[in-house]
Design a protein around this ligand. Structure first.
Ligand code: ADP
Ligand code: ZN
Ligand code: ZN
Length: 749
């Protein structure tokens, strides 16, 4: 054997289920590292894989090992810590390594593509008068193109050129062949749409002097950073208390030390404003480049951002959940804004929680993780309690701005008074009219799209359900349909009850469309815009509408909670929560927490400018804890009360919950396998877990699949997941029964 020859273990990305050993061709040893993306032979095919170990002990005699056939990028695409992170996610969440690597590496990179090259054209020589005349008469199209190129000082993008002069590819080719122009290919950085938006958010920064609370928080975070070890801080600050200033201070410190920063936001839509603010602040750091990374980018944009991070050309990344895997070199700090947001949890395999992965990554990289929220999750609150996280409090709004005035409207008396279903209470109508007359803006939230929640027959009580799912169909008035929000099934809205043929159909409950109609009735001349998943058909419409709203072109915005997050509109002085009970009465132990968070978040949208804000919350249960604590924005008290209730029930965060869902088209079979699994798990785990179920899921049928679940409550996850994984492999699963584990689930439907 060649003494230079090395052995590597490679994990193929094609679902082979384990790492395999390969020889590295001589001379390549210096170009291959753990984390390198390579192409290797597997059977008769060539597949892409990730190198895990160099110099590993081979599982086959050397002569039988095949050679690595290609190193796709000349640098590792994952570093040692990211490889370890992948291992952790695999074992903690019980996912396959392939699914983890797929999530970590953008798909274009996995296919081995490199950065896009763009063609530029420039003039080779100027033609003399005779040549010009000849070209003009014989080939006027080529002439026009030539003239245009000749007038430019620099090389021009080919695609833009052809567009500008409306020239054909053929004319372009002809000029190239005649040697009048030449073409060069440059590696281009795509300007992501987010970058354009961030540009718009770019503002000259005034000098901000941190207030006492901010200074104390910054000093505490700095102290951890100076220790040079892992620590997690929880920055708990009321809305408008200036949390972002604390993030920015920590960020500049990391950059001053020559390190990179990872900044996570819960929602793709929030990246432009965050990037804009960061870029404005980092203006004097000429050498620092900030990129965005999230699923809303095109594959090409994502690849560019990703490559510039792995090469060390960009040092700061702002992104949603999956950006937690950004291959930043020399990471110095991780920030997770709105750490309580359920959007951080991925709802498909691997079902990881972005915040928890961020904390674990900070541990592996030995850096500080800074979590921030106005309404921390119970999980983080408990970690503060246990001394695992350091708490930093911001209790005052900047400039001592006051909290909005918070009205709770008891809808029971509203209905008694009018004796019919009410969408907008008289108080909310008055406030809307006041705002409209004084030229201020309002936002109304209702967490359901469509017109009404369900179709109820007043004669026989029939509620029309989806044929494929066990949920009522939602009525959409704009196209007179009933839609299933789970599977997308759509039927024409019936005029008669499908059961008893009675025409007495009532539309029960309300959604965004119905509220939009109601507002139109009370403010016929106002400019009203609805914003929900139904109006979001065009890609950038969401941001366009928010832009119009910011410019004052819209008076009232009606939307689902997709508009509740972090957005800052100074001229909004009224926020209405049309049906606070929607999130309160769902079968989920986090219902109180979610409702409280939503209410605080939503009221934070009111009065962020110089104008005072008002909040109107409509509810049938005005005395419920989340509503009463939100009214005073009493976060600490809410957390204590809620923690006590969770503790007494043994719910998270006092124990971990692992949820296992079984599904399939044949209900008996699904139940049978769920029962089998529960029996085995009960024997194997004994008193290490409290096992509940199997029982039908809250949504018993979804997309023609029957669903059963088992809940496991345990103090530690990893050993339980190992045992459950073993049981899973012992069972001979039929093709039509699927089971998945969800560790620390957020979605219990
Ligand atoms: P939060 O994220 O806590 O809701 P922000 O960080 O968005 O609050 O801050 C709210 C506003 O207050 C921003 O416009 C910010 O520029 C401003 N601000 C923050 N800290 C200060 C300060 N110390 N002095 C003056 N203005 C500040
Ligand atoms: Zn009927
Ligand atoms: Zn359905």
């Amino acid at each position: 054997m060649d003494p230079d020859e090395r052995i590597v273990s490679v994990w193929p990305l094609t679902g082979f289920g384990k790492a395999l050993h390969y020889r590295v061709p001589s001379g390549w040893a210096d170009e291959i590292w753990p984390g390198s993306l390579v192409r290797v032979p597997l059977g008769r095919r060539f597949v892409v894989g990730v190198v895990f170990e160099k110099d590993s002990q081979p599982d086959l005699p050397l002569v039988q090992l095949k050679l690595v056939s290609q190193i796709i990028y000349p640098y590792p695409i994952l570093n040692a810590n990211l490889l370890q992170l992948a291992e952790w996610i695999r074992s903690y969440y019980g996912a396959s390594m392939e699914s983890v690597l797929e999530t970590m590496i953008p798909s274009v990179a996995r296919q081995g593509k490199s950065a896009r090259k763009i063609k530029y054209a420039k003039l080779v020589r100027s033609l003399d008068r005779e040549e010009l005349a000849k070209l003009e008469s014989r080939a006027p199209k080529q002439f026009a193109l030539y003239q245009f190129i000749a007038q430019q000082f620099t090389a021009q993008k080919k695609s833009a050129l052809l567009g500008r002069v409306n020239a054909s590819e053929a004319a372009y080719r002809a000029l190239l062949e005649k040697g009048f122009i030449t073409e060069e290919a440059r590696v281009s950085k795509r300007i992501a749409y987010d970058d354009e938006l961030a540009e718009a958010e770019f503002v000259e920064e005034r000098d901000i002097v941190l207030n006492d609370e901010q200074s104390r928080a910054v000093a505490s975070v700095f102290a951890s950073m100076e220790q040079g070890t892992f620590a997690t801080h929880l920055l708990q600050g009321v809305t408008g208390s200036g949390k972002t200033e604390v993030y920015l201070a920590a960020m500049t410190k990391a950059l001053d030390e020559g390190k990179g920063v990872l900044f996570l936001v819960p929602e793709v839509a929030l990246t432009p404003q965050t990037v804009g603010r960061i870029r404005s602040r980092l203006f004097r750091y000429k050498h620092i480049s900030t990129v965005v990374l999230h699923s809303g980018l095109s594959e090409g944009e994502r690849l560019d951002a990703w490559i510039s991070l792995s090469k060390g050309e960009a040092q700061v990344v702002v992104g949603a959940r999956s950006a937690v895997f950004a291959p930043i070199r020399n990471l110095g700090l991780i920030i997770v804004d709105e750490e309580h947001e359920p959007a951080y949890k991925q709802d498909e395999t691997p079902r990881y929680h972005g915040r928890d992965v961020a904390v674990y990554r900070a541990f592996l990289e030995n850096v500080v993780c800074l979590l921030g929220s106005a309404t921390p999750s119970l999980e983080s609150f408990r970690n503060v309690d246990r001394g695992k996280y350091i708490q930093n409090l911001l209790t005052k709004r900047v400039d001592d701005r006051s909290l909005p005035v918070f009205h709770v409207v008891d809808m029971r008396s509203e209905v008694m008074r009018t004796r019919k279903p009410v969408q907008l209470s008289s108080l909310l109508i008055d406030k809307l009219q006041e705002r409209y007359e004084s030229g201020e803006q309002s936002i109304l939230f209702i967490n359901r799209r469509g017109y009404s929640a369900s179709m109820l027959c007043q004669e026989c009580g029939h509620v029309e359900e989806c044929d494929h799912c066990s949920v009522p169909m939602t009525y959409h008035r704009s196209d007179e349909t009933l839609k299933c929000h789970l599977c997308g099934n759509e039927v024409a809205a019936p005029l008669l009850c499908p059961e008893c043929k009675s025409p007495k159909i009532r539309w029960k409950g309300m959604g965004t469309q119905r509220i939009e109609d109601a507002v139109k009735r009370v403010l016929p001349r106002a400019r009203i815009q609805r914003i929900d998943a139904d109006t979001m058909s065009r890609k950038h419409l969401f941001r366009e509408i928010l832009g119009d709203f910011r410019l004052g072109k819209i008076d009232v915005l009606v939307g689902t909670q997709m508009i509740a997050k972090g957005l800052d509109f100074p001229n909004v002085t009224l926020v209405g929560m049309v049906d606070a009970d929607l999130s309160l009465h769902i079968a989920d132990f986090r219902a109180n927490e979610r409702t409280f968070q939503l209410l605080v978040q939503v009221s934070g949208r009111a009065g962020r400018g110089d104008l005072a804000g008002e909040v109107v919350v409509q509810t049938f249960t005005p005395h419920a804890d989340p509503i009463q604590f939100a009214r005073k924005e009493d976060v600490s008290h809410f957390l204590e009360v809620e923690a006590e209730s969770r503790r007494s029930h043994g719910y998270p965060p006092f124990r971990h919950l692992i949820r296992q869902v079984f599904r399939g088209p044949n209900e008996d079979k699904v139940r049978f396998f769920a029962e089998q699994f529960a029996k085995r798990a009960g024997n194997a785990l004994q008193d290490r877990v409290e096992l509940r179920g199997p029982a039908p899921c809250a949504i018993e049928k979804m997309k023609d699949n029957y669903r059963y679940q088992i809940w496991y409550f345990a103090n530690r996850v990893s050993d339980i997941m190992t045992s459950l994984g073993e049981i899973e492999t012992e069972i001979n699963w039929p093709k039509d029964v699927i089971q998945v584990f969800d560790v620390d689930p957020m979605n219990l439907s």
